[in-house]
Design a protein. Structure first.
Length: 134
């Protein structure tokens, strides 16, 4: 199962179109939660669940949202995740199976750690991550 959210001109869809690569056909539509972002969202999957983190709500460059969700691809049901403490868009997320199924989000959130690295030239690099136990 693959997902696609398509924005055309000044219109956004409030559903997810499901494409089956085996049959080369669109096979289903899953209605999105009303609060879910339409673009610039972070997305990752562990094979069964698809995680949608924050993003922009509405058409074009609308403001970001704090809302985050997971989709169970077996039941086609959405579940809300803890919201971010501040709206973000165009974020990066990944799932680490090596670290007991943690979802990493590169924004400051409720549970976070701060990593500081001093480069050889004295430049300080700061990375703030949100960790969510799946």
């Amino acid at each position: 199962m693959s997902l696609a959210c398509v924005c055309l001109f000044l219109q956004v869809h409030s559903h997810v179109d499901v494409f089956d690569f085996s049959s080369n056909k669109w096979v289903d539509q899953i209605k999105m939660p009303k609060e879910m972002a339409h673009s610039h969202l972070g997305i990752a999957s562990d094979g069964r669940y698809i995680y949608i983190i924050s993003g922009q709500y509405g058409i074009q460059c609308s403001g970001p949202t704090t809302a985050s969700f997971s989709l169970d691809t077996a039941t086609k049901k959405w579940k809300p995740l803890p919201p971010l403490p501040a709206p973000r868009c165009a974020i990066n997320i990944c799932i680490s199976t090596a670290l007991t199924h943690l979802l990493f989000v590169n924004v400051c959130c409720m549970l976070f750690f701060k990593l500081q690295i001093n480069a050889d030239d004295g430049t300080e690099i700061v990375v703030i991550m949100w960790l969510l136990q799946l």
